[in-house]
Design a protein around this ligand. Structure first.
Ligand code: FHN
Length: 454
């Protein structure tokens, strides 16, 4: 009876495999690591240093980072776009810095929390679109030291703590600036700030470069710069070559990424996708994006907000967030998961809890994520594959049946086990492909991981 059922299922499987042969073929994944010593296709006039190429490998091995959106907007608890969304003038918005006094901020606690979550790097907003710097800038007095009662450089404390705990620090820096008088002509946003209709664009770019020089000079070795806001003025002369050169000259290992939602530009070292896995466009940001050849990253929020929101209670579940991390890894991408700290410097308990449980899962299953690249079977509705050396990890995330049909594997399979129990997995070789036999009791509600040793 059992063998007749197998035969029936197998013939269906064979038909499916043959019909969709081209779709089912094992493919190389987009965004695979650029081999050391090879300049990325996007960087015609830019040759990354050996240190930079090594940093790209480290980045791809690291897989999981903490994104932090924090600034004076947190005082209002209405997200980081509050100035634009609530049509606040510069004069009104400038009343926020005197209210920003994060006395409960504790860099050691933040970094330990990220580490315990299994995160290997932190990317924090040095300046968001509101133009306010949460570091000690000598280029401008619109910063935390000069304008808030707190008077301390958050980035300095964080950089020191990251160094102590072995976590790399990246700075998110906004090209777009709703506050600076020289950010002119205006772009798509920031029209209600009440600014005079004049300004010297190149003076603004000098200002931005000067702040970037500070970020690349005063905080030791940094992981990289994560740009955002280019999309506000896609036709402007952003003088990116000059800015990227400045960063690479000062910090040759630092990785530059730019959230312009396009294929990477010359001089960039990684490519990010906002609220979407590489190649997808469910959130509307990636209509013009195209996967390039650089290391990839995808970023998401725990609720719906980047900056702190008092009212946003739509928290994603533990399973959703883990699936995001796992699917990102299967797409050969890192996952940058965001928190928006509260104005006093504390992190809301829902976020803390979520990060803790992600760390617990990674403690058990991290072998199938860290140091891997997208595996030989491209992402499927049922899940993804990751690979490190001779080990291929099948992450079965959404599959209800006992038999799972798969394409042919490249090479001979030496062993097949469930990662969790070490129990052997029965595999049927149909000649045209494989079928995993997944008994109900072996299925895991989050991720059933099968390891093939080739
Ligand atoms: O406008 C920003 C937004 O506030 C946030 O920083 C995200 C993070 O990816 N990026 C921008 C929108 O593309």
């Amino acid at each position: 009876m059992r063998s007749r059922r197998y035969l029936l299922v197998l013939s269906v499987v064979l038909l499916v495999i043959q019909a969709g042969a081209s779709r089912f073929f094992v493919q190389a994944q987009a965004g695979q690591a650029v081999p050391a010593g090879t300049a990325p296709a996007a960087g015609a006039s830019y040759t990354p240093t050996a240190g930079n190429l090594a940093a790209r490998q480290w980045f791809q091995d690291s897989k999981f980072g903490l994104f932090v959106h924090w600034g004076v907007y947190s005082v209002l608890g209405d997200g980081e776009w509050v100035m634009n969304n609530k049509k606040m003038t510069i004069a009104e918005y400038e009343k926020l810095p005197p209210e920003f006094n994060p006395t409960a901020f504790n860099a050691a606690e933040w970094v330990s929390m990220a580490k315990a979550a299994g995160m290997k790097y932190i990317t924090i907003t040095s300046k968001h679109h509101d133009g306010f710097a949460i570091f000690d800038s000598k280029t401008s007095d619109y910063d935390i030291v000069d304008r808030t009662p707190y008077k301390k450089d958050i980035l300095k404390m964080l950089a020191e703590e990251c160094r102590k705990q072995g976590v790399r620090l990246f700075f998110y820096h906004s090209h777009l600036d709703w506050h600076h008088p020289d950010y002119y002509p205006l772009g798509r946003t920031g029209h209600a700030s009440g600014r005079e209709a004049k300004g010297d664009w190149y003076r603004y770019l000098d200002y931005m470069d000067s702040q970037l020089r500070e970020l690349c000079s005063n905080y030791g070795e940094i992981g990289g710069i994560w740009f955002d806001g280019w999309w506000d003025k896609p036709n402007a002369d952003w003088r990116l070559d000059k800015t990227y050169k400045l960063i690479h000259d000062l910090q040759p290992k630092a990785l530059i990424g730019n959230n312009h939602h396009r294929k990477p530009f010359a001089g960039e070292d990684f490519q990010m996708f906002e609220k979407d896995l590489p190649g997808a466009n469910t959130a509307g940001f990636n209509a013009e994006s195209e996967i390039g050849s650089l290391p990839l990253e995808t970023c998401e929020t725990i609720n719906k907000s980047w900056g702190y929101s008092k009212s946003d209670k739509s928290f994603k579940s533990h399973k959703e967030l883990l699936h995001y991390l796992i699917r990102a890894a299967g797409h050969n991408a890192n996952f940058l998961l965001n928190i928006g700290p509260m104005p006093d410097g504390k992190i809301q308990p829902e976020f803390v809890q979520q990060l803790k449980s992600m760390g617990e899962w990674l403690n058990q299953n991290g072998d199938s994520i860290y140091g891997t690249r997208g595996g030989p079977v491209t992402p499927r509705p049922w899940g993804v594959t990751t690979q490190r050396g001779r080990k291929i990890y099948f992450h079965i995330l959404d599959w209800q049946d006992t038999l799972l049909p798969l394409p042919k594997m490249p090479g001979i399979i030496r062993s097949a086990k469930f990662l969790k129990t070490g129990r052997k997995v029965d595999i049927i070789d149909t000649g045209a492909g494989l079928v995993f036999n997944l008994p109900k009791e072996a299925l895991d509600p989050i991720d059933t991981i099968v390891v093939l040793e080739m």
